[in-house]
Design a protein around this ligand. Structure first.
Ligand code: AMP
Ligand code: MG
Length: 485
């Protein structure tokens, strides 16, 4: 094993102690590696040799603690479906902060590594199937070019985990630029002294928003930066049909990365009301509601930051309101830019947003597959075929063709632009379930690895990917996803 890699420099554990609890991951009886992301380990300069599987399993299960770590469970609160709760890492432990050769800092976190003081009634464990799911989807999102936590390893523990049935237990190692969330600010504001809260905020600014340091009101700049990152992130989710599923404030990161891939899923037929999460009864986190929810979550962040914005509360409220009120416009800008890219357009023209909306309206009415329709549109640019003979579509196509002519690009160049915005493969829900069941219940990792491979280059529509492109029969009308399993 290459031992040169470990480079832990832990900063979070120097913060006020209310923010975390030092915790050693629970030992597991017989760890073995199910998935290991050798490429990511290499990129991060972490030990990556797969020759000694036993050592690898020992490390990435938490049985062997590498040098320089200072493992903690982090405290945080969160608004879950709109209601405030004190939470914290109930089944996660941040091993430490690793610095890669470029100087980037990453939290190395275990998920499913035992009970912590924040576990409430949970067992602190995770099932193999749900950890494989997070690995698969987070790596797919990375390949799609969307910021998010990464997955380094899934190690089966040899323990049984009781859920509705008995499951195989596992530990996932995830890597993220931090796990500081809107909910961490909520917690810090409630439980820290004003001085300690200021110190925490300064730390976050230093770690995630250094530009804010020399501005008039750094906390306001932090809010603006998080807002920009999240507007961009949500628009990118919507580019590929991603539904996060549980956009509680504890799952909204300050760094602007997607994380907590619990009940997330991908939309097939275009419908902004699409919801897959079994507990999202009112569609709070539906595909089309994601920008509005993010706006709401940013309001919670703003509320926590108020005392650092201005000593006079009314003035502070006025300042954050002015900032937050810009979110809808900012999101619209990002969204329109994203849709332009999907349609092969680059220049800004006044009717672009409407053009995109008209297409989506037709797709909704027609129950068109979101991913494949854009692939068909790209093909139509290249070979002059039409996607549909429906009158509404043909009228739209005429407008799109006229609009494209303003760009003055050849069909080949337009198609090349469209290729980089429109994935040929996404993790289709029915395929995700199939490969996960084969892996977790039949001990067959082959389908999972094949899907991972196809998803590792999602914009190349090479031969042989057709099997991954078909939407499920009935567009998975009854598909359900679950949190925290
Ligand atoms: P999530 O839905 O993954 O964002 O988790 C929400 C909260 O539930 C967090 O505080 C988690 O740490 C906690 N949690 C989820 N699953 C478990 C579990 N098996 N044991 C203890 N806490 C858990
Ligand atoms: Mg969470």
């Amino acid at each position: 094993m290459t031992q040169t890699g470990w480079n832990f420099h832990n900063s979070y554990t120097k913060l006020p102690e209310e923010l975390f609890t030092r915790m050693v991951p629970a030992k597991v009886p017989s760890p073995h590696v199910v998935l290991f992301n050798e490429k990511l380990a290499k990129e991060l300069h972490l030990p990556h040799s797969v020759k000694n599987q036993q050592e690898l399993a020992g490390i990435w299960s938490g049985n062997i603690i590498p040098p320089g770590t200072d493992p903690i469970a982090q405290a945080y609160s969160g608004h879950q479906f709109g209601y405030y709760t004190v939470l914290g890492d109930g089944r996660a432990i941040v091993l430490g902060e690793h610095i890669d050769p470029e100087g980037n800092r990453f939290d190395i976190q275990f998920k499913g590594s035992g009970r912590t003081p924040y576990s409430r009634r949970g067992d602190g464990k995770a099932t193999l199937i749900s950890m494989l799911r997070e690995y698969l989807i987070s790596e797919a999102m990375h390949a799609l070019g969307i910021p998010g936590s990464r997955s380094l390893a899934v190690v089966e523990t040899g323990e049984k985990v009781e859920r509705e049935t008995t499951h195989r237990g596992a530990v996932l190692t995830r890597v993220a630029s931090s796990h500081i969330r809107v909910g961490t600010f909520e917690y810090a504001r409630e439980y820290l002294s004003p001085a300690a809260f200021t110190r925490f905020t300064e730390y976050v600014i230093e770690r995630h928003c250094t530009d804010a340091k020399n501005t008039g009101i750094p906390a306001l700049r932090l809010l603006k930066t998080v807002m920009e990152r999240q507007a961009s992130l949500v628009s990118q989710w919507m580019r590929v049909g991603f539904i996060h599923g549980v956009m509680n404030t504890d799952n909204t990161g300050i760094a602007g990365e997607t994380f907590d891939y619990g009940p997330c899923a991908f939309m097939n037929a275009y419908d902004p009301d699409t919801v897959f999460s079994s507990i999202d009864h009112y569609g709070r986190y539906a595909f089309g509601n994601q920008p509005a929810v993010m706006h709401w979550n940013l309001g919670v962040l703003a509320g926590a930051l108020l005392p650092l914005i201005h000593s006079d509360e009314q003035t502070a409220v006025g300042l954050v309101k002015e900032t937050l009120d810009r979110f809808p416009g900012l999101f619209e800008e990002k969204w329109t830019e994203m849709m332009r890219a999907k349609l092969g357009l680059e220049q800004q023209e006044p009717g672009d947003k409407q053009l995109a909306e008209q297409l989506l309206h037709w797709m909704h009415r027609n129950r068109s597959d979101y991913t494949n329709t854009f692939l068909l549109l790209r093909q139509s640019v290249l070979n002059g075929t039409t996607v549909s003979n429906d009158t509404e579509f043909l009228e739209w196509e005429k407008r799109w063709t006229e609009r494209r002519s303003k760009e003055g690009l050849s069909p080949e160049l337009t198609a090349a632009r469209m290729r980089s915005a429109n994935p040929a493969v996404i993790p289709r829900n029915h395929l995700v379930e199939q490969v996960l069941k084969a892996a977790a219940f039949e001990n067959n990792l082959l389908p999972l690895n094949e899907l991972l491979n196809a998803l590792s280059h999602p914009y190349q529509d090479d031969q042989g990917i057709e099997g991954f492109q078909e939407p499920p029969a009935g567009f998975d009308a009854h598909y359900k996803t679950y949190c925290g399993t």
